[in-house]
Design a protein around this ligand. Sequence first.
Ligand code: PLP
Length: 395
Amino acid sequence: MKIYADNAATTQMSRTAIDAMTDCMASYFGNPSSLYTIGQKAKEKLEEARAEIAQLINAKPGEIFFTSGGSEADNQAILSAAEIGKRKGKTHIISTSIEHHAVLHTLKKLEKQGFEVTLLPVGESGIVSVDEVKNAIRDDTCLVTVMTVNNEIGTIQPITEIGAVCRERGVLFHTDAVQAVGHLPIDVEAMHIDMLSASAHKFHGPKGVGFLYAKKGVRLSNLIEGGAQERGKRGGTENLPGITAMAAALKESVEKMDTVAERLTPIRDYLIKGLSKIPHSALNGDRNARVCNNVNFCFEGIEGESLLILLDQKGISASSGSACTSGSLDPSHVLLAIGRVHDVAHGSLRLSLGEDATLEEADYIISAVSEVVAYLRGFSPIWRDLTTGKKEFIL
Ligand SMILES: *Cc1c(COP(=O)(O)O)cnc(C)c1O
């Protein structure tokens, strides 16, 4: 059996997105900045995509800025808010300890420039408390940035409530919604969002394209200087095939969202139930406030990397920590933030199901993981210490 269960890392492009992309490449090769008809046809296509995307998150077309993906959108949003803040003498930023590195590393850079960053804890559930956000806001706070859905443990953050608090206090609110757009309903007005980042390859669009929503009146700074594209906020000839495909992918994902959630939730729950039967294991992140395709477990006494390699041999593509941290020996900052100790955090497995996942596949995953975990524990020195009482079990 071949099972791709790493949709939080990237998704397969949909047929609709591929068709939109190839049609655009074949029929709209002009430069949207050119004044003749071929260029203007491309420009129309670009603005069509912008209007479509805007409508799908209840924004206005003029509030959508195309980027090279989620990371660029995060960088631009945060650096812009910092620039706005600095002009007013406000240099305090609030975020959480479980953000994506595109956010955390940008905040680190700002700290070196004199900004003060408060990273709120999330507790065992992996959900930030609205009250803690409220209490952390100061007179000199220029930005609150909290992700909508965590990419590792799938937890859904109370974005609408945080947005309301920020709006009331007059603080800019950005959300990295890369794992949410196309998966959960997004309404930037109702959710009081000032800036939002999204990435096409997380909702069956192509890689290397995304967008930043910035509410009218929020002045963006440029990361890329160049021509007057994207209303002067992002130089460079637009990635029209990518943008067109992104709009098509998002439209389809939003249309399918409810049926997918209805279908996947019981399969996710079945997987959680099955994997919980493995001794000394634990689910990571809140049991209920999580996206419908995310299952993340820790298994004591094993290494996540070995688990992944053996699962791959059984045809299962999964992940341990995030794709960006795998390859390094540090355990996931998200698992540490929810209170997992180093040894336990090392033995983690993230399964992010595809839309067409089935119960039969879930059964196959449960038996494959159970088998591989038992096998690895058979020659793990940590497991031997645990079973002989030299070390105490944590899970
Ligand atoms: C994937 C991801 C990103 C980065 O998006 P890219 O388009 O790959 O740059 C940022 N934030 C989160 C939460 C993600 O899952």
